[in-house]
Design a protein around this ligand. Sequence first.
Ligand code: SRM
Ligand code: SF4
Length: 574
Amino acid sequence: MSENTPAPVNKNEVLKQNDPTLSGTLAETLANPALACFSSDDEQFLKFHGIYQQDDRDKRKTGKQYIMMIRARIPGGIIPPDQYLAFDDLSEKYGNQTLRITSRQSFQWHGVVKDKLGPLMKGLNDALCTTVAACGDVNRNVMAPATPATSVLVERVLEDARRVDAALKPVTEAYHSIWIDGEPLKLPPEEKQQFEDPLYGKTYLPRKFKIAFAIPPLNDTDVFTNCLGFVAIPDPAEPARVLGYNLLCGGGLGMSHGNKETFPRTADVLGFFAPEELVNVAKAVLTAYRDSGDRTNRKHARLKYVIEERGADWFRGEVEKRAGLRFAPARPMNFTKQGDLFGWHQQSDGHWFLGVYVETGRIKDTPQRQLKTALRRIVAKFRPETRLTPSQNLLLAGVPAGQKDSITALLAEHGIPVENQAGAIRRASMACPSMPTCGLGLAESERYLPGLLEKLEGLLAELGLADEEIIIRMTGCPNGCARPYMAEIGFVGKAPGKYNLYLGGNAGSTHLNREYRASVKSDDILNELRPPLTRWKNERLPGERFGDFCSRMVLPEQIKAGAAGDAGPTPISP
Ligand code: SRM
Ligand code: SF4
């Protein structure tokens, strides 16, 4: 190819161009019981409908067993009681009897075989839930602060998040036709090809697109890791009112081992604007990305690379032009914490909410803890609203004071305490699913982290650090689904039983951590962590967290010694 010939667009672009309705042959395959799986082209269309075709990796030795993962679209993670009960029921009937809270406040159903897919999707629709655009080259589930009604501002911001979510939904009728009417989209091929979404056009976005809202000082949505972040600035004269939003653009975490062209990146702060402009600005950012992102190489297609290469000033100008406004300088904001509140807390309306710790986000019954049964019984009897948090936990909200003791007792009956639900590091931990459902996993994650935490708890107790919170996150590969590059200790799967070890994230989740050791064998993890933890105990400043200590002492020394590992271009800062 000559230097001037543009690179050809990638295969996914051709698929979208040829069928912008995103219907493929999904309806035909669904209706054909002889077919155990969808074609590889249809796998790409399925994602836009919130579905991933996977296979059970534990069973590969005895032949490929296809299973589907279905992801809901639940902006802000809010689930009314009847919907929760329907979700639980569907997981029992059609899934693997678990519900998985995701790191973006949604639910996933795993282990759904093809002939159960139709009934599951229909059941979700009957429960007034959609999975449309939960995956695919579109805007994904919009995150919003989860802590319910501790202030009126939280609810205002949630309303704004829902408005943005609704405004950025694709309009193709294929979803309704296939999953609800159970038939192919009735359009001749040439009309199918002519379809054009009013916002996304024919070929949608170059890649996935993610939005989060946050209200300082709490950064529970990890707002800097999103393509587009809105940070609410309250009106000093009327704190329940949103004065405006700071605009953040260009965050994203995925990278590939050994490919320096890919890296995690935190968003740039581009300016401040009035709340009336919210949807206008969201659309301007999305279309600026739609038209500037790389459509030749999917590994280089996220908004973060556009901004890294063309600069934040260029992108701000592009968004201003499209939105027809000028941004004011960003207002001061200070994030000091992330994570969830556990146990009972009072809401501003006098009701109560209960923060429930969910290990690795998996709602299931075990012999010791019957969390799934307990939640079903509580929601059926007391009808609280369920709120999923970005740290894979949940809140039962809007509980009248008089019901608190009964709910506490019901949880206790099922082995779940309300006080001290889990130790300090466990409460602040996250893991992605990885094995056996994720096709991209290189090492265990969800199934490995709980056991590792037990060993780490032992080490911390031995060092006299048992009650210290350290944010620990693990993923089975470098895609970063549990946001390990923001953690105080991040584990990123490299190969079976091997992890890259990252240190140095902070409590407000405002900057990336840095690679400390590469390819650490599972059995060596504690040995690698013992020296920095011991130094932290002996040398830290009063109240200094482990991540901050590593950024101040451990990592700079490593950089000076020329032994620093990879991280994004963001410099470490305490
Ligand atoms: Fe993710 C792909 C699970 C949040 C970056 N992610 C996947 C897939 C679908 C694997 C695949 O493509 O075949 C995983 C399904 C596993 C399974 O069996 O369930 C998967 N991602 C998840 C969830 C369920 C992890 C969790 O622990 O909860 C999260 C679902 C969120 C949701 O409700 O929408 C999830 N994924 C994230 C995040 C965190 C976030 O968004 O806050 C990231 C990093 C942020 C980012 O996007 O940069 C993330 N997932 C990726 C990537 C890398 C994308 C990139 O461009 O760099 C992939 C791979 C890909 O897209 O090709 C990926
Ligand atoms: Fe799969 Fe990797 Fe995401 Fe984990 S981080 S769920 S292994 S893609």
